[in-house]
Design a protein around this ligand. Sequence first.
Ligand code: ADP
Ligand code: ZN
Length: 663
Amino acid sequence: MNKVFKTLAIYTVIFAVVFGLVTFIDQKPSGAVKEVSYSEFTNYIANGELKEVTFKELEITGVLKDDKKVHTYAHSSLDINRLHTDYLDQQSREGLVNVKNTKPEKESWIVSLIPTLIMIGALVFFWTMIMRQQGGGKAMSFGKNRARLQKENTKRVTFKDVAGLEEEKEELEEIVDYLRGPKRYISQGARIPKGVLLVGPPGTGKTYLSKATAGEAGVPFFTISGSDFVEMFVGVGASRVRELFKEAKAHAPCIIFIDEIDAVGRRRGAGMGGGHDEREQTLNQLLVEMDGFDEHAGIIILAATNRPDILDPALLRPGRFDRQVVIDIPDIKGREAIFNVHAKNKNLADDVDMHVLARRTPGFTPADIENMLNEAALLSIRRRKNAIGMAEVEEAITKVIAGPQKKSRVVSEKDRWLTAVHEAGHAVVARTLPDADPVHQITIVPRGRAGGFTMTLPKEEVSYVTKSRMEAMIVELLGGRVAEQVILGEISTGASNDIQRVTSIARDMVTKYGFSESLGTINYSSSQELFLGRDFGSKQEYSEDTAKQIDIEVKKIVHTAYEMTVNIIKEYKDTLLEIANALMELETINGDQFEKLFKGEATSKSLAAEEENLDETNKHSEENKVEEISEETQPQDESENKEAENIGKEDEEAFSDDIQKEE
Ligand code: ADP
Ligand code: ZN
């Protein structure tokens, strides 16, 4: 950054100097020349004060008797003729004045062009220099650019900053020990892996754990990303790799971290046609370097990927990345630990309970958690609170789950009603199923791509899922679509996400968990898919016949569930309508309100009235917060909902987006 500014400054100075010079040259009659009006000039001549007059077309320069120079322009050649006949002819004959006529010289047009040419030249020079600095120049000097390979010495993280991941840390402990004292390993003839592949979805802490490993061992950490190579010029990637290893060798013992190794380490020859020369060259260079250094060189290479399945097998051979550490999305305990790590530098209010937060955030990656806490901090600043309260945290959680709240988005009444009916459908169905989770919140406020959502919370964290629970999940998901169908008589694209999830649950029941009778307890899914969520059908390990049977079974499960959902919706039609009305009034209703509506203890009207009263009293008790209430939080007082424990699953659909765009 600094460097760019420096060069820019230098070029600006050069440019300014050239510009100045050119303007200086361009200034024609040089020396102390006094610019005068034509009539003044005529006076000089008439009074015989000039000893020399020089004509150059319409331009006239005169030298006064005291050697001062005056300069002017005639209006036309007639003027000049008149000057001659009236005064100059006679005066020159008498030898009083010396009249010179400078014919417009032949080369004069070239001369006049010179400044322009210099200007153009300077501009071109200036421009190319800038271009080279940005693009081409990089290509030429990148191989030698060490800036990005520099050691990370900003605040060291160690294993104690890494929450959870106990087994993963244990696996890396050996490497830490080796890096602390490679000599012991050498003398005992023990071999240590050169490369360790960290496998896991984005945001799970692969980079963080690698840094912590370096921090724990107290060695330098060199980092490079596979995606850096993708846009590079041929040959640059390979030379970067060479340079990286050279640098690392000079600083051994140390750790090299290659992020997104799949970007460069993809199976060779797997690309579409040519054009992958650069990547392959880089990969080859990486392999050469890995083989090139001795096991005892004190260099450990950690690499991160989410797709070990697409890596070139050569990378995984012994002596290269022959060890894998899988990092998964954290479970409830892990989440609580991560909350505790990141809460240390945040000012949290006493009502924020880490245990509750952990239960509220299933599926969150460490990056999500960090992001969420930051959102909460920003919210509390915006609300001018001096500590982050549970209300902010709750809102931040919802924000991270479903993207930023979009109150400003204009949603037509018809769309709102559709969403209300859809969400009420989910909630009512969930309420009637013994195996479904209690409803925690329903909203039709659009967030991110979701038109609205229904949030249910499990009573306790479950580590296994029963068949009837999975069926209940399917029915609950279908509730939205079926409500649209039964109540409105038309269906929308808003249920596309529901349907996708229904399909994948039903598929899992058949292919993973052996819940279907005709196919039996056989796992038809590939093992990778279990933890990495690979696409279906990418690696089919069963016959066409089996595939057909799987489809039939999946269809059967979904069909049965659909019939069941239709019956529920029809039976509870009135309740559902009341809930949908309440959603239209309040936009968001919490678990208690839902329960009252369901049991008939409240109506949409009574709830709306209640809510208004609450708002009134709030307004009176907190005069200074009126502004924020109207702008920020409408009926979102979930913080008071103390038994709110855990988001089991939230369900979102892309109403407005889909309605506008899809099919
Ligand atoms: P990845 O490399 O897997 O995409 P990162 O290493 O960049 O993920 O992790 C994202 C953020 O999450 C890190 O900056 C770190 O603050 C946080 N984080 C990740 N894992 C942990 C952990 N085990 N404990 C605490 N914080 C973590
Ligand atoms: Zn839905």
